[in-house]
Design a protein. Structure first.
Length: 289
């Protein structure tokens, strides 16, 4: 995508204004301003800015000016760490590896038992560091959240296919619970928590779809259908329903628990049970009369 001269001048002017506001030395201000402009132009050209806009909520739609401000803030916050990583600073990489190991363990506990999660966390953290080294940080999100998203994707690519469609008990941890010394929330660290990821097995979809239809709760049906079968993110579904991500997470947790019961119970038995309950209810009604 080729930017017009007017757009380029606007980006440069906004970047300079936001960087100058912190009253840094002139040389540093100029260097950071050029970096912000370069990052914004790259992200526009790659389509990342357009994706960023589409992902934002309608009532808080991201503008180009707002995006430049976001990048400018991130450049100031993260440029020292990114530069250290680029020159292979051992201390900086070690700090990132330790952070990712802790978060890998927490994410792995969603799909594996604690012992396996502990054993595999460092391996996933090291693999994520390798991926990060080959990538370019976009400076429009927090570095820790960006790195954690890469980590999460690496873990889910490994464990997306399971021999048992419902073998991963969703974690009961609240999305609003702090998970580290920095106080970061689970919902921020894993922004697209998918507590029912194992539903992606093709051979199990027919059974799962049938079980979803038999859920009595309409909100649970919609949540599972959208998130597990259609691949929507928790955040997107929450916006569509006008509820919190925590509420969506709770819906999915209850739905998975019920679906486990449905899949473990033959359809005929459940139907017979319903008929038996209906008969008992009818008998009680007659007795009352």
């Amino acid at each position: 995508m080729t930017l017009s001269p007017t757009t380029r001048r606007a980006i440069d002017g906004w970047a300079r204004k936001f960087i100058t506001a912190d009253q840094l030395p002139a040389r540093q201000t100029e260097r950071l301003t050029r970096q912000v402009v370069r990052v914004v132009e790259t992200n526009i050209g790659s389509g990342r800015f357009a994706n960023f806009v589409r992902a934002s909520a309608p009532h808080t739609r991201v503008t180009l000016r707002g995006y430049v401000q976001r990048v400018a803030q991130s450049v100031q916050d993260e440029h020292a760490r990114i530069a250290a990583l680029a020159r292979n600073d051992e201390t900086t990489w070690r700090a990132v590896q330790i952070m990712l190991t802790g978060r890998a363990y927490r994410i792995l506990c969603h799909v594996r038992d604690a012992t396996v999660a502990h054993n595999e966390a460092a391996d996933f953290a090291n693999e994520t560091c390798r991926i990060i080294f080959a990538k370019t940080f976009p400076f429009d999100v927090a570095f820790d959240a960006w790195a954690t998203k890469i980590l999460r994707n690496a873990i889910l690519q490994t464990y997306a296919r399971s021999p048992d469609v419902l073998n991963h008990e969703p974690s009961r941890a609240s999305l609003d619970a702090p998970i580290g010394e920095d106080g970061q929330l689970l919902g921020e660290t894993v922004p697209q928590v998918d507590p029912t990821q194992p539903f992606d097995l093709v051979e199990d979809r027919a059974a799962v779809c049938e079980a979803v239809k038999r859920l009595r709760s309409a909100p649970q049906r919609r949540a599972v259908q959208a998130i597990c079968l259609e691949g929507k993110s928790v955040a997107r579904f929450a916006r569509q329903e006008g509820i919190s991500e925590q509420a969506v997470y709770n819906l999915c947790h209850r739905a998975v628990k019920k679906i486990r019961q449905i899949l473990a119970l033959p359809h005929e038995q459940e139907t017979h049970g319903k008929s038996h309950q209906s008969s008992k209810k009818s008998s009680r009604t007659q007795e009352a009369k």
